[in-house]
Ligand binder design. Structure first.
Ligand code: PEP
Ligand code: MN
Length: 338
């Protein structure tokens, strides 16, 4: 349910409404806007009589949100969410790149990657310290030591860090190392993990599950937002279909409905989406054309010797070439580059 306050509503009036909602055992989420404040209500609102809220002073109207996701929906929050970080912005008017190797392999390669990215104007580095691998015999990531490497490289270069959290157990450590916490496709419906990151101070990048519908994906975002962390970025990374010409089927057709139904920024990961490095540049450009707000892309100093996902990783020459084309395309899409 959405409570729309009158344009001139005072702080006392807003506080009174917040208290009234809490007394109903529901959770209020103040949503300040340019001209007026609205208050989202989550919890079991079915039994709430909206008239009991509409009579409170300063309230303009109460609107029932019909979608199962509430805070993630445009019904509740019409304006696009913009997530501003010191290293860059995620929102409707920008196109922001996050790039780097699949995994943290050692300090030298992360340092080299950070330098290469910064030189090219990319200010977010992705690299997993904890890796969700299909085989227990594959490289599982460097774990806590990998996080320490990311922290040192950030300290030396200032680059923003995007890294995956796989278990609630390591939340504090990942929160400390990351500027954006990544929730991987396999954990999109790990509800205890989503609830735990909803209590962190960092933006959360929620990758779409391997077989998740749009509604299930937005419900995952809702889990994070319902706990009070409103800084959620969605990331399309391909879904499982009958097609076997690529690792996954990159579902760029999900972007327009995401934009219609939700105010959250959406990135595209053409690396996991295709699984093959030759396919990455065309799909990266297609993502920009389809309305994505940025990319999460695998780039590695020596892809042929990468410990994970080398086949889909670009080397820095191919990466630079792609960046140049994207930079030229971005203004045509009404997007400020980086
Ligand atoms: C990754 O980004 O390296 C990763 C494991 O992605 P996904 O969860 O989309 O498979
Ligand atoms: Mn990977």
């Amino acid at each position: 349910m959405l409570v729309v306050m009158q344009a001139g509503a005072t702080k006392e009036q807003i506080d009174q409404v917040l208290d009234a909602i809490r007394q109903m055992n529901l959770t209020p989420h103040p949503l300040p806007g340019a001209t007026r404040t609205a208050i989202g209500i989550t919890g079991n609102t079915a039994a709430v009589d909206e008239r009991s809220i509409e009579v409170l002073s300063g309230v303009k109207e109460c609107i029932r949100v019909t979608k199962p996701y509430k805070l993630a929906s445009r019904e509740m929050h019409a304006a696009d969410t913009v997530i501003d970080l010191p290293q860059g912005t995620f929102g409707p008017n920008t196109f922001t790149i996050i790039a780097g190797p699949c995994s943290v392999e050692n300090e030298a390669m992360i340092q080299k990657t950070a330098e290469q990215l910064l030189e090219k104007g990319v200010r977010f580095l992705r690299a997993g310290a904890f890796k969700p691998r299909s085989s227990p015999y594959s490289f599982q990531g460097m774990g806590l030591e990998g996080l320490e490497i990311l922290k040192r490289v950030k300290k030396r270069t200032g680059i923003g860090i995007v890294t995956e959290l796989m278990d609630t157990e390591y939340t504090d450590a990942v929160e400390d190392a990351a500027d954006i916490i990544q929730i991987g496709a396999r954990n999109m419906q790990n509800f205890s993990l989503l609830k735990r990151v909803s209590r962190t101070s960092k933006p959360v990048l929620v990758k779409r599950g391997l077989a998740a519908t749009l509604e299930e994906w937005l419900m995952a975002a809702e889990y994070v937002m319902s706990g009070g962390n409103y800084r959620v970025i969605l990331c399309e990374r391909g879904v499982r279909t009958f097609s076997d010409h690529s690792r996954n089927t990159l579902d760029l057709s999900v972007i327009p409905p995401v934009k219609q139904l939700s105010h959250l920024p959406i990135l595209v990961d053409p690396s996991h989406g295709t699984g093959k490095r030759n396919y990455v540049p065309p799909m990266a450009m297609a993502a920009l054309a389809a309305g994505a707000d940025g990319l999460l892309i695998e780039a590695h100093p020596d892809p042929d010797h990468a410990l994970s996902d080398g086949a889909q990783s670009l080397d820095f020459t191919a990466f630079a070439k792609l960046l140049e084309r994207l930079r030229q395309m971005a203004p045509l899409m009404g997007k400020k580059w980086q």
